[in-house]
Design a protein around this ligand. Structure first.
Ligand code: BGC
Length: 251
């Protein structure tokens, strides 16, 4: 099944997976979700991923396995750990998953995966110029595209504004933690996106993460020169992007 790959999206709270048609960017069959093991340690997560893949593709017919993860991922090595176990720092995640799962696995950053999916199959299709995809969740993930080409691992969620790592103020988790109203949260988002705009002058911002389904409560409150639009693929973007990138990278 050359056009079917497995996509797995690892997050701080849940691990999601599905088979993906990488030509059309659609999920094939059921999408599974399990809780992330407490502590988020590499070996525990790898075991969960292994069992998910067994259920999704028992006969090993899918072309490749792509995994996205909330860290800087350079050539398969996870280099950071913002909201996960520190054991991921400097770990060869490609090698770990490939060994545990017994199949070639390609790991990339979660926001990069979601961005690739949106640019190829979602709201960023055919967008020229500079696009910044942002995911608002436990942290803030970013993916930067020039004429549709990804510049990986931008990590602009950790932009320091007024001396603070701004994902701690403007991620969706901050809204929930501090019980901010939509208006209060939008003020912080305004500050965040204005800073990005001053630094990069993008043509388009795409806003993803689970909360993008409620975009009408906060996007209209923002005032920016660039267009700012909700992501289309919602919670499936990471799965679809990870599968797509793996299908291009694993022969
Ligand atoms: C991490 C990024 C990740 C983002 C969204 C940030 O804390 O540093 O690598 O993309 O969260 O999960």
């Amino acid at each position: 099944m050359a056009n079917i790959s497995i996509g797995i999206d690892i997050g701080g709270t849940g691990i999601k997976g599905a088979l993906v048609d990488v030509k059309t960017g659609t999920i094939v069959g059921e999408r599974l979700r399990v809780e992330t093991p407490p502590g988020g340690r590499p070996d525990d997560i790898a075991q969960v991923v292994k069992s998910l893949i067994k259920i999704l593709d028992p006969k090993q017919k899918a072309h490749s396995v792509g995994i996205c993860f909330p860290a800087v991922v350079q050539h398969g090595v996870t280099m950071s750990a913002a909201n996960v176990s520190e054991e991921w720092i400097n770990l060869n995640a490609d090698a770990l998953f490939t060994k545990v799962v017994g199949r070639n696995v390609h790991v990339i950053n979660d926001a990069d995966a979601a961005g690739v999916a949106e640019m190829k199959f979602g709201v960023g299709r055919k967008e020229a110029g500079l696009t910044i995809m942002t995911t608002l969740g436990t942290g803030i993930g970013t993916a930067l595209f020039i004429d549709g080409e990804l510049v990986p691992n931008t990590e602009l969620g950790h932009l320091e504004i007024d001396g603070v790592d701004y994902e701690t103020k403007a991620a969706f988790a901050a809204k929930e933690r501090e019980e901010l109203s939509w208006e209060e949260w939008a003020e912080r988002l305004q500050c965040y996106y204005s800073t990005l705009e001053a630094l990069f002058t993008p043509d388009l911002f795409i806003v993803g993460g689970g909360v993008s389904k409620d975009h009408e409560f906060f996007l209209p409150l923002l005032s920016l020169r660039a267009k700012i639009v909700p992501a289309m693929l919602k919670n499936n973007a990471g799965i679809i992007g990870a599968a797509r990138v793996a299908s291009k990278n694993i022969k």
